[in-house]
Write a protein that binds this ligand. Structure first.
Ligand SMILES: [Ca+2]
Ligand SMILES: [Ca+2]
Ligand SMILES: [Ca+2]
Ligand SMILES: [Ca+2]
Length: 766
């Protein structure tokens, strides 16, 4: 989230000024009903998506099974999941890749040696680890398609793009919008999107997104709607203030007694409105007196006893515009114990610099302030101007949810959302007083109770819990930090949970002088290594996909899942005529148009990822049985391509004891191409010397099957089920273009699996 080359200068020179947060345009009242909410309400217990991924079963490498309908109950209405998502891979330089986890594993001394030759240059991006999709870049459409599918399967409703660094990454979001839209049009439900804008100075980014995405109607089918409007994670007060109005470091100052805050300003255009806000320390019964004077001191406007609410923008509209010139505003307390303004001290060079670089934004200028007639060593910003149509359009268009950047302090006003906090996370309420949001993070770059660097061994890694980071030997892949945060969110039960995060992967390198708490000789702020990182996207090696399934497991507990339809069996003939399947239930579904076709450059100069294993696109499967046989049916999007002689052709995988420890990847039997490449065969697996493999001592059984067009049916002996299976219950999946003897990642990176990735369909006989 933080990139040095951009942030360092800002930290050094940013002139956080602000005060009279100002200007133009009325506050917008937000009404309306979330379109998803309506959908959810009318379909209590409905599936998350057409693929019914909420009914799929899976057991991860830690032996953790996903909870099912019996465990978590029916889908709840109005429960949503947001996930932090990163567009920046390949957009901040592509030296390396430098894999911090690997560097430290191979050269432990490098951790404290900024001059070790393994590190990239200062500020250059370094990866905490390698994604299961490799060192990919933001425009890799095959990865984007996979993300759409995986996050959609997981039940994520919206991915929120990190554009907090003042860059919007159009080279990444354009292909993403396209791919996500295509996936939707094909018939899938995938996450919608929103942008998380800079915390204190969102104006440039919001306007850029307005110009390039929202006012252009750029793929509106992928915009996430919240409370009836497209969601943007930005503070509308800063957008109202037109310019680069920063409140970072501002302090609220009380108008004491008869003190008068006086501000002189010059404006080079007519203006008809002044807007500002006042902190009231949450008091509701406060008022101010407002006066506008011309250069010669004549009062032009006097508004007495104007009610103000804590930090709500209030405005003074004038009957006719005043011409360009020099004016003064005065503000004094009329009513209430605590009413004031936002101030930021600037002195010396900073003061000169601020005054000298009067902000060029229309109608906004730097000012010297006086208090009680005496100049004070403070600079305030006031915005004055005429009605600004673009600002009004922007404010009307979105539902704004400002992000609280801090991990400890909690909300400072209504409508804020948390993106990451330390446990116990705060509750975030909207302006109707409803509990709306809570953040849930995998790890936090916090040290000693302050925002800090994740490279500090005291920071809050993936294993942090009960207020402490365990010793390295006590860390594991069970996600104790994530789980502790989830348990709190599940207990509090807000409307939406914001997960951080999915695919940040990189961080810029700093040294001991990094302007963050707990800086180490080799410092990385937001990501460091496998333990001190916060992505859920599966990694190559290490914890693999453990955090992905932990995330899904908790989303199921939060949202509930749909109830599987009861099974119906019918007699089946394996004859290439498929009408005998029409009354068989349930239908099992797969993502449409998800076979892997990849051809994109990777990170760095010589990296290229090509994968053409995608061939047949499964869309549906069914099961029936009689006294002697189990029957299987699958349907693909187009006519079935290839034949048993083709590489990694159609396979049917059967976990008949529902035990992921027995069989290859849990599969006790496999239907696959026969050795002679002329047909299909059924093979059994066995555990031999601790390793699961094909049991060559059991003769492969030829499988009767028929294919016509896009459909296949086959039968295998029912006797493969455990002896006591009066009521067949088992897990199964189809695969094409996948080496089914490989590990879990084969099903994520190649061909098409139905269902996806590590998932299985679960058949329960009627
Ligand atoms: Ca048939
Ligand atoms: Ca498919
Ligand atoms: Ca098994
Ligand atoms: Ca699939």
């Amino acid at each position: 989230m933080i990139f040095t080359t951009i942030i360092v200068p800002k930290y050094r020179f940013r002139l956080n000024t602000a005060v009279f947060q100002a200007i133009v345009v009325c506050a917008v009242a937000f009404f309306g009903v979330n379109s998803y909410g309506v959908e959810a309400k009318s379909n209590v217990g409905a599936s998350w998506n057409p693929a019914q991924s909420d009914q799929w079963v899976a057991t991860d490498d830690l032996g953790r099974a996903l909870p099912t309908y019996e465990d978590v109950g029916a889908t709840k209405p109005d429960k949503f999941i947001a996930c932090f998502y990163f567009l920046w891979l390949g957009r901040h330089g592509e030296a390396g890749p430098y894999n911090i986890s690997e560097i430290i594993k191979e050269h432990p001394e490098a951790r404290d040696d900024p001059n070790a030759p393994y590190w990239g240059k200062m500020y250059e991006p370094h990866h905490w680890g390698e994604s299961i999709f490799g060192y990919y870049v933001g425009q890799d459409e095959a990865v984007l398609r996979k993300h759409a599918q995986m996050l959609g399967d997981a039940g994520v409703d919206v991915i929120c793009f990190d554009v907090t660094n003042q860059l919007t990454y159009p080279e990444s979001y354009r292909p993403l919008f396209k791919v996500f839209s295509e996936m939707q049009k094909a018939g899938n439900k995938v996450p919608k999107v929103a942008f998380l804008c800079p915390f204190w100075d969102p104006n440039k980014v919001v306007r850029e997104l307005w110009h390039e995405v929202y006012s252009q109607n750029f793929y509106p089918d992928v915009w996430f709607m919240w409370k009836g409007k497209p969601l943007i994670l930005a503070d509308p007060d800063f957008v109202r203030a037109t310019g680069a109005l920063n409140c970072n470091g501002c302090t609220p100052v009380k108008l004491e007694g008869k003190a008068v805050l006086t501000q002189k300003f010059s404006i080079n255009e007519p203006f008809e409105k002044i807007s500002l806000n006042s902190p009231t320390w949450t008091e509701n019964n406060c008022a101010v007196n407002f006066r506008l004077l011309n250069e010669s001191g004549k009062t032009l406007e006097l508004h007495k006893n104007v009610g103000v609410k804590d930090n709500d923008v209030y405005s003074f509209n004038f009957k006719a515009p005043y011409p360009a010139g020099i004016y003064t505003v005065e503000l004094s307390k009329a009513k209430g114990e605590s009413v004031g303004w936002w101030a930021h001290s600037l002195s010396g060079d900073n003061y000169t610099d601020a005054a000298g670089k009067a902000n060029p934004i229309k109608g906004v200028t730097w000012l010297e302030a006086t208090n009680n007639g005496e100049p004070v060593n403070q600079v305030f910003l006031i915005g004055v101007g005429d009605y600004d149509e673009e600002t009004r359009d922007i404010l009307d268009f979105f539902t704004f949810r400002p992000s609280q950047p801090d991990y400890f302090s909690g909300p400072t006003k209504p409508n804020q959302w948390s993106w990451l906090e330390a446990y116990p996370q705060h509750e975030y309420y909207n302006d109707k007083g409803e509990l709306e949001e809570m953040g849930v993070g995998v790890a936090q770059n916090a040290v000693d109770g302050k925002l800090g660097v994740l490279s500090n061994p005291r920071s809050y890694g993936r294993s942090y819990h009960n207020g402490a980071e365990p010793a390295p030997e006590d860390c594991d892949f069970t996600g104790k930090n994530f789980q502790e945060q989830w348990e709190r969110a599940l207990k509090v039960d807000p409307e939406i949970v914001f997960i951080t995060g999915w695919n940040e992967w990189i961080a810029g390198r700093f040294d001991i002088n990094a302007p963050f708490h707990g800086a180490t000789p080799v410092s990385f702020v937001d990501q460091f290594n496998e333990e001190f990182s916060r992505d859920c996207e599966p990694m190559k090696g290490g914890h693999g996909d453990a955090y992905y399934y932990q995330m899904i497991s908790n989303i199921r507990r939060f949202k509930g899942v749909s109830r599987p339809n009861p099974a119906k069996t019918r007699p089946i003939d394996v004859d290439g005529v498929f009408s005998d399947w029409s009354k068989v239930a349930p239908n099992f579904y797969d993502t449409i148009s998800d076979p892997v076709h990849r051809d994109c450059r990777g990170w760095g100069k010589d990296q290229k990822y090509v994968n053409n294993t995608g061939r047949n696109d499964f869309i549906e499967a069914r099961v029936s049985f009689d006294n002697n046989h189990l029957f299987f049916y699958a349907k693909t999007q187009n006519s079935i391509q290839g034949d048993p002689s083709s590489e990694n052709w159609l396979s049917l995988l059967l976990d008949v004891d529902e035990n992921s420890k027995t069989g290859i990847n849990g599969n006790d039997y496999i239907v696959r191409s026969s050795k002679d490449g002329k047909g299909l065969e059924l093979v059994a697996t066995r555990n031999f010397e601790g390793k699961n493999e094909i049991d060559s001592s059991v003769k492969a059984l030829p499988v009767e099957y028929k294919i016509a067009g896009s459909e296949i049916e086959l039968k295998i002996p029912r006797s493969i089920l455990p002896a006591d299976s009066k009521k067949p219950t088992f897990r199964f999946k189809w695969a094409d273009g996948i080496n089914v003897l490989g590990d879990w990642s084969e099903f994520t990176t190649n061909g098409d699996a139905a269902p996806n990735d590590r998932y299985y369909y679960r058949y329960v006989a009627p």
